[in-house]
Design a protein around this ligand. Structure first.
Ligand SMILES: O=c1ccn([C@@H]2O[C@H](COP(=O)(O)O)[C@@H](O)[C@H]2O)c(=O)[nH]1
Length: 283
């Protein structure tokens, strides 16, 4: 699917036309599928397609997590799913969550995987190996590149909270803050960079927002991980532009709202309740 608009334009349109900051995460776990789908050929695609069709008018993005497809040898189903979203719901950007990170020549292959093979509008990237591991993605000038910054898991603090002050630098700087500063001031050559910041850490969301201005934040951690919606929205709000700047992800709490035959309806209800809670929190 060629000629997709700039990722940031897609987001701006989705935030305004859909009035939604909700991203539905597509993490298909066959063990949790309803009996009507479980065990059938193409079950992963069938399950995700129903979720997508039931929620597309409620979201600003979909985020398929590649591991849930690759673990079952279902990469072809991931390709077909993204193609389905582009054709049936062209207004909804697709963020491929793959969190790759490697030397430049290999990162180039990962960029081809995300953007040429899967046709994603954006991809998550691990910055641990530095700018030359991120740069190959920037050759795709209209595509979003969303860099891990302050992740939602408890172990994220092991490294992301290390002090990284240089000689002469007086203000204390932590590793996740350095990532935010580099991403916004030096790495954002295309204007299409974003950062991952977990809803489980609203204080750090606020700090990152202070550093990066309007840059889009992908915020996982509400729903199954227990992140607080009002605290998240308050912390991540862009000055004078409520309802923008955040792509707030929920996966399991929506996908598995029911494991019966009515799973798609239940997912829609859960997505609507979450979107409404996000809307209410921005006021
Ligand atoms: O810091 C991070 C980065 C990515 N994720 C991903 O988001 C979803 C969360 O799923 P829930 O079911 O809503 O907990 C999942 O795909 C993770 O790989 C994250 O949780 N935290």
């Amino acid at each position: 699917m060629k000629n997709r608009p700039l990722f940031t334009e897609q987001l701006a349109r989705a935030w305004s036309d859909q009035d939604s900051m909700l991203c539905v995460g597509l993490d298909p776990d066959p063990k949790q599928f309803p009996a009507s789908i479980k065990g059938k050929g193409g079950a992963i695609l069938a399950f995700c397609r129903e979720i997508v069709d039931a929620t597309a008018d409620l979201v600003c993005a979909f985020k398929p997590q590649i591991a849930y497809f690759a673990a079952h040898g279902a990469e072809d189903q991931l390709e077909q799913l993204i193609d389905h979203i582009h054709r049936q719901h062209p207004q909804v950007p697709v963020i491929l969550d793959s969190k790759r990170g490697d030397i430049g020549s290999t990162a180039q292959q990962y960029a081809i995987e995300a953007f040429d093979r899967y046709q994603a509008d954006a991809v998550t990237v691990n910055p641990y190996m530095g700018f030359d591991s991120v740069e190959p993605y920037l050759k795709y000038a209209n595509k979003g590149v969303i860099v891990l910054c302050r992740t939602s898991n408890p172990g994220g603090s092991d490294l992301q909270f290390l002090e990284v002050n240089e000689k002469g630098q007086t203000d204390k700087e932590l590793l996740y803050q350095r990532v935010a500063r580099l991403a916004s001031s030096q790495w954002n050559k295309t204007g299409q960079l974003g950062l991952v910041v977990g809803a489980t850490f609203p204080e750090e969301i606020a700090k990152v927002r202070e550093i990066v201005g309007e840059m889009p934040l992908l915020i996982p951690g509400i729903g199954a991980q227990g992140g607080d919606i009002p605290a998240t929205v308050q912390a991540g709000t862009v000055a004078n532009a409520p309802g923008t700047g955040m792509i707030i992800n929920s996966s399991r709490a929506i996908l598995y709202a029911s494991q019966d035959g009515n799973f798609a309806d239940a997912a829609r209800q859960a997505a609507m309740a979450t979107r409404n809670a996000l809307r209410a929190a921005k006021k």
